[in-house]
Write a protein that binds this ligand. Structure first.
Ligand code: SF4
Length: 423
């Protein structure tokens, strides 16, 4: 829905004036509401604008042969004026719309009176120093890992297949089911991470993937760590993994010894009975609720406070249940992060609706209160790349984690410390 505009062109556009820290905080609290509402409602995009938005985001220019993508398109994430992201899915019924005006993406709110909210930006991605590089067995680095020079994170999904799918026991909100997906070898993963450290772009590493038959992913994690140590010379590295709870808790001792720094092990649902229905495979393969919680507590004993996280998909069970889970875990040194549930096409919950933005914001503020009650610091809640979530944003706003008149992105400082220790 391209709109006519009377706005000045980009060249004539005045530079924004900097706000005082208090005014920036106030603006960011408003922007947080928009950030959450966009996550809940999505954004509509006219097909005419879709290819242009992708081009502006630095992606490929979509031609007329991309109709299937136009039917189920993904939108590039954009940045709102004060630094929060607009991470919205395309939804033709959303009250928000993204249009192109004078070569700039602009966000609108539609209704009785249409409001032009703001110009937004697509983050500029400088050319990666790893672009065009290949592993020693000839695979492009970009097929192995996503390397973010802004956050310093090297993110590896070792596979997008989950063996719970074969048993018909996949999590009801998850569409992780590509067949014949290739598992990346520990050596490939280590080569990319080592090259990213050498190029000065990596500060942390995260490894994730689905369940592998017979829980072979547990062995794989230690094999990756071994290769990383061999390729980087680091004894411990800011590496994290997402994994299901093991039956034998001593796996955590081995992972710590292997050099990992942080473990994510997602409960997904806190209520015991709802959990059985929503994540049946995690219940059956990993020994049920008691074993999972026991594993988290054991892991916290091995890795230390704020080095274990467990996601709770907020919006499927009651608010009280989500917050009970967050509080129980926080009291034991575990970051129980309530993340916004966004129903995904192709899952058993396709077509369902997540609660409204105010519900999610209330959860975020209450989670912030719980974290403050147990004394978690800004560094602690960001120890893991994804552990911060909405509460992390609240912490950063409250603690004026600002840069150039905007909220600063989190960048993990610890790898540098590990490197300094080694050299
Ligand atoms: S364990 Fe559940 S959430 Fe994780 S990949 Fe498998 S189905 Fe998806």
């Amino acid at each position: 829905m391209t709109q006519l505009s009377t706005e000045p062109t980009a060249a004539a556009r005045p530079q924004p004036a900097y706000l005082s820290n208090q005014a920036l905080k106030d603006a960011l609290y408003n922007e947080l509401e928009l950030h959450v509402d966009l996550a809940v409602q999505g954004v509509q995009v006219d097909p005419e604008d879709y290819a242009e938005l992708h081009r502006l985001a630095g992606g490929k220019d979509l031609g007329p042969t991309t109709l299937s993508e136009l039917r189920a398109p993904t939108l590039p994430s954009f940045t709102l004026p004060h630094g929060l992201s607009g991470d919205a899915r395309q939804n033709d019924r959303s009250i928000y719309g993204l249009v192109v005006e004078d070569g700039q993406p602009v966000l609108y709110r539609y209704g009785k009176r249409t409001t032009r909210i703001a110009e937004v930006e697509f983050p500029q991605r400088p050319k990666s120093p790893l672009a065009g590089r290949f592993t020693s067995d000839g695979v492009p680095f970009s097929d192995i890992a996503r390397v973010s020079s802004s956050t310093g994170l090297v993110h590896v999904s070792f596979s997008v297949e989950c063996s719970l799918k074969d048993k018909g026991e996949e999590c009801k909100f998850c569409n992780y089911d590509n067949r014949n997906s290739i598992i990346k070898t520990p050596r490939q993963v280590a080569e990319v991470f080592a090259a990213a450290i050498e190029a000065g772009v990596a500060t942390s590493f995260h490894l994730t993937g689905g369940f592998v038959p017979e829980r072979r992913e547990l062995e794989y994690y230690t094999d990756v760590a071994e290769e990383i140590r061999a390729h980087t010379g680091l004894d411990d590295f800011v590496g994290s993994i997402s994994m299901g709870a093991p039956a034998d808790y001593t796996v955590f001792d081995k992972l710590k010894e292997a050099g990992y720094f942080f473990i994510g092990s997602n409960m997904e649902i806190w209520d015991r009975n709802i959990r059985k229905a929503i994540v049946p495979g995690k219940e059956n393969v990993c020994g049920g609720w008691d074993n999972w919680v026991g594993a988290l507590e054991y892991a916290a004993g091995v890795f230390g406070r704020a080095h274990i996280s467990s996601n709770i998909v907020a919006g499927i069970e009651t608010k009280k249940s989500v917050l009970d889970g967050v509080e129980y875990l926080a009291s034991r040194g575990i970051l129980g992060k309530a993340g916004i549930w966004r129903p995904t096409d192709g899952t058993d919950l396709e077509g369902h609706q997540t609660p409204e933005a105010a519900w999610h914001l209330d959860v975020a503020y209450k989670q912030r209160d719980i974290y403050r009650k147990y004394g978690y610091t800004l560094d602690e809640i960001h120890a893991h790349h994804s552990a911060g979530g909405l509460t992390g944003l609240l912490y950063r706003i409250e603690e004026e984690y600002f840069e150039n008149g905007k909220l600063k992105r989190w960048r993990h400082p610890t790898l540098q410390l590990a490197l300094n220790k080694t050299h």
